[in-house]
Design a protein around this ligand. Structure first.
Ligand code: OGA
Ligand code: MN
Length: 317
């Protein structure tokens, strides 16, 4: 296996290894796992990818997520991110799926809003548009390393509240259905994710994080916005330009990513599988109750009417 660095201090292309090697051999898995832990974003080229192959590869890293209520193919292993309807027609830019795609263009880390967050995501390109449609990555591990020591100490034990509503409501408060809101109450994670495999720490932030416990709303929001902006300065990002046969895997504990726009007249279809984090991946230490002295928090539900539709949000009190 050969490694070709791609980004500013993270992200690497792997050569001489294919998805099937990971799915079919412990040695293949161990080599790729090591590269994943080290480089945070790994790229495979020229893969003959199918849904089965993607699942077999992904499953080597841990248990797979099932897609949430409200997704295309809900309850399956596959997140299908596309602007194409089942009959091949392209959605208009005002269709709900187009709004979903726009929400994907916010800096985020997958599934930080879920009760069990994600270790990693595996994304394969099935239909690539002519223009745009790249995926951009930022290392929140390197962003953590860049912080002054005094600030690391301040941030280390803070707890952020993550919710799907926080990112979706930035695009359109009517985007989430009442079923999605009911199924996805806010969750709390420490602001720093420690990787037990190599001892590296990373900021655990991005667009699902809406508040910081113990800070008033404005203050917490401003801190999160500043940390996200610092992590995602363009000189620190890796922009992946998709080619046919590309499969990209990233570490959701140590990166943020965002989709980039493309013309609505061009088709794009991406398929994602997602691996859940376990305690061995540092999940136990990112749970707030692993920090002594962090006060319990309660949530209240607020309901309001937006454009004639009832929406229900959460805030912590
Ligand atoms: C994802 C995602 C970005 C893209 O699949 O989790 O954010 O460019 N994709 O499609
Ligand atoms: Mn994503």
């Amino acid at each position: 296996m050969e490694l070709v660095p791609l980004g500013p201090g993270f992200a690497a292309e792997l050569r001489g290894v294919d998805l099937i090697d990971v799915a079919s051999s412990d040695a293949g898995y161990r080599a790729v796992r090591e590269a994943f832990e080290e480089h945070s974003v790994i790229v495979f080229r020229n893969q003959d990818v199918s849904d089965d192959m993607q699942v077999a590869f992904s499953r080597a890293f841990g248990p797979l997520e099932r897609t949430k209520v409200g997704s295309l193919a809900a309850g399956s292993f596959y997140v299908r991110a596309t602007n194409m309807a089942a009959d091949g027609a392209l959605f208009s830019t005002t269709h709900r799926q187009a709004l979903v795609n726009r929400a994907n263009q916010l800096w985020h880390t997958d599934s930080s809003f879920k009760a069990t967050p994600a270790l990693a995501s595996v994304l394969s390109a099935r239909i690539i548009p002519e223009d745009g449609g790249e995926t951009e990555f930022a290392s929140t591990r390197l962003a953590w390393d860049r912080l002054p020591d005094a600030q690391k100490e301040e941030l280390r034990d803070l707890v952020a509240v993550h919710s799907y509503a926080n990112s979706r409501d930035q695009i359109d408060p009517a985007l989430m259905t009442p079923e999605e809101r009911a199924a996805l109450p806010p969750v709390r994670w420490r602001l720093m994710w420690h990787n037990p495999a190599n001892g590296r720490d990373a900021l655990y932030i991005a667009s699902h994080a809406g508040a910081i416990e113990g800070m008033d709303g404005g203050e917490g929001h401003a801190l999160l916005a500043r940390l996200i902006d610092d992590a995602a300065q363009s000189s620190h990002t890796y922009l992946h330009r998709w080619r046919t046969g590309d499969v990209v895997m990233w570490d959701n504990r140590a990166t943020m990513h965002r989709g980039r726009p493309w013309p609505g007249s061009q088709a794009r279809l991406m398929v994602r599988t997602t691996i859940s984090a376990r305690d061995r991946d540092g999940l136990d230490q990112v749970r707030p109750n692993s920090v002594a002295g962090v006060a319990a928090v309660t949530f209240s539900v607020k309901e309001e009417t937006h454009r004639g539709r009832r929406v229900c949000g959460w805030r912590w009190v």
